[in-house]
Design a binder for this molecule. Structure first.
Ligand SMILES: O=c1ccn([C@@H]2O[C@H](COP(=O)(O)OP(=O)(O)O[C@H]3O[C@H](CO)[C@@H](O)[C@H](O)[C@H]3O)[C@@H](O)[C@H]2O)c(=O)[nH]1
Ligand SMILES: [Mn+2]
Length: 531
């Protein structure tokens, strides 16, 4: 059955972008098919390996798999040709190193597309047998202790533990307060839970489903069912419900997928990273520098917002493992690191211009520290590359982009975020349109994000010139000091090389410096301005 759905949107009703669209789909599908597992694919992604669905479900239906909330597949992209691979837009280190590593704790974070969800995990229920694991209260349902013991036992056995009901309420009534007025929808919940259980073909399977239970043929869809499916996607359905707050995809974040996954893991759901030999899904991603930076800006702004929200991993429930908390915290904190990165980018230039080295003198202790730090970071890199099997080049492009992003998008996101949190000032000077269009992909589009990296490049170039000139013309040239400064300066420049290269564009080779020297033309700011 293939159903195309277009939800109702009206002025005065917040439609909540992708998360709103997903929630409408989740409800309509509950009524029409009620599959226990839901795959999410972006509109710019497609299926590349049809076996992947089965692989994903294998994890969920395996013994113990009933505690897995989602299975994430890596994102793979088409159309990234050699000139643009250097912007690290394949995100190889993230998808082949970080996500794999997370698989060793509670599982990868959710990155939206290519993610297979367990329906009832998305509904905001706790994983089955969660009492056996860690804490007893989920962040969403603080009044849970009040649940009468008989009801609690029932929920525990059927795996649908949630709700904070008042005395005398029926289970169904409590659910409909959260899920909305559709009894059809509420009644479909236990069915989805049952159908998603592991197959109980041996005695070790807990909470299993007897063999053959799913072979009963489905009832055909009738007019009433269709009418109900339309009812649950009307724009006022979510009024006074928990949709977007505790149920379904969570609203209010640009990276709704990250928050949605985080809430699940915070309740104790595990996740699995499923890397198939032939890529499961493929899609498109911005290929030029400007669009990539805008995407990074969007993600880092979202990270800052998460950091200052109740979804900060430091506030996660006890059900989330310590290392997993650190991983989520890292996802919220990384834009702040840009402050240090920027300082490090200017330090070598400062040293060269002032004739001073970073330290007073090159003492043995300093050298030992430097050696130790360099060795450990290199070892880390070697291990990352060895374990993940990515190429050295890919890794290096990622390093380069880490600095480019840090000195452009991350710092802007941080400033925007701080302005918003401290002064309540909303600055949304960059908006991404869905129809970005590939037509202008191969020419450089000016973005103010690139300003600081250019300044760093220019300052370091000037500093090297100053340093060399000083050494040549001084009476007692201090070559070793010069060498020290120049190496660090070159190291910064080497990282920013793709940025300089990107400024040249592909066809229209306008050197970066022209952009700085000539007065700005109107269209330079078109991408940045109002529309
Ligand atoms: O108003 C909107 C905007 C977006 N979308 C959908 O959201 C997807 C993601 O948007 P896109 O512009 O492609 O963003 P990307 O940065 O490429 O997407 C990544 O980042 C998003 C935000 O974290 C995740 O939702 C995606 O799954 C993930 O692939 C699109 O494909 C659409 O299907 C909507 O339904 N409504
Ligand atoms: Mn996309």
């Amino acid at each position: 059955m293939l159903v195309y759905m277009s939800r109702e949107k009206r002025p005065g009703y917040e439609h909540n972008k992708k998360a709103g669209a997903m929630n409408a789909l989740v409800r309509a599908s509950a009524i029409m098919s009620n599959g226990p597992f839901i795959l999410n694919l972006d509109c710019d992604h497609y299926v590349y390996n049809s076996q992947a669905f089965r692989d994903g479900m294998c994890f969920m239906m395996d013994s113990g798999g009933d505690r897995i909330g989602y299975v994430q597949f890596p994102q793979r992209f088409d159309g990234i040709d050699p000139p643009s691979v250097r912007y690290a837009n394949r995100n190889t280190v993230f998808f082949d190193v970080n996500m794999c590593a997370l698989d060793g704790t509670m599982g990868p974070v959710c990155v939206g597309t290519g993610c297979l969800f367990r329906r009832i995990a998305l509904y905001g229920f706790d994983p089955p047998r969660s009492k056996e694991y860690g804490g007893c209260c989920s962040c969403c349902f603080p009044k849970m202790h009040k649940i009468k013991s008989s009801v609690a036992a029932l929920e525990e056995s059927c795996g649908l533990r949630m709700a904070d009901y008042d005395e005398g309420e029926t289970y169904i009534f409590a659910l409909s307060k959260k899920f909305g007025r559709s009894y059809f929808l509420v009644n479909s919940i236990p069915v989805a839970e049952f159908q998603g259980r592991p197959l109980c073909d041996n005695c070790v399977v807990k909470n299993g489903r007897p063999p053959g239970a799913l072979t009963v043929p489905r009832e055909l869809l009738d007019a009433d069912t269709i009418a109900e499916a339309i009812n649950v996607i009307s724009c006022d359905y979510e009024n006074k419900t928990e949709w977007g707050r505790c149920v379904g995809w969570i609203y209010g974040s640009v990276t709704e997928d990250l928050v949605t996954g985080y809430r699940m893991q915070s309740r104790g759901w595990k996740s699995v990273y499923c890397v198939t030999k032939r890529g499961a899904f493929r899609g498109t991603t911005p290929i030029n520098l400007t669009d990539h930076l805008h995407q990074v800006l969007r993600w880092s702004s979202a990270s800052i917002e998460i950091f200052f929200s109740r979804d900060n991993a430091m506030l996660a429930s006890r059900r989330m493992k310590f290392l997993q908390k650190i991983a989520y915290l890292n996802l919220g904190i990384y834009p702040f690191i840009s402050i240090f990165l920027i300082v490090y980018c200017f330090l070598p230039a400062l040293c060269l211009c002032s004739g001073q080295f970073i330290v007073q003198e090159l003492s043995l202790t300093f050298l030992i520290y430097l050696l130790a730090i360099s060795l450990t970071t290199s070892m880390l890199a070697v291990l990352e590359i060895k374990w993940s099997g990515i190429s050295l080049e890919e890794w290096w492009w990622n390093e380069q982009f880490w600095l480019i992003g840090g000195t452009s998008a991350h710092i802007i996101a941080m400033l925007q975020g701080l302005l918003k949190v401290t002064a309540g000032i909303e600055t949304s000077f960059i908006l991404k349109s869905m129809s970005g269009g590939n037509d202008v992909d191969d020419e450089f589009k000016w973005t103010s994000l690139i300003f600081l990296p250019i300044v760093i490049i220019v300052v370091n170039l000037i500093a090297i010139t100053v340093g060399v000139t000083r050494a040549i013309y001084s009476e007692i040239p201090q070559w070793s000091r010069l060498l020290g400064g120049v190496i660090f300066s070159f190291w910064v420049l080497a990282h920013l090389y793709p940025c300089a290269k990107g400024l040249m564009g592909r066809k229209r080779r306008t050197p970066a410096i022209v952009f700085l020297v000539r007065p700005p033309r109107h269209h330079d700011f078109a991408a940045v301005g109002g529309h």
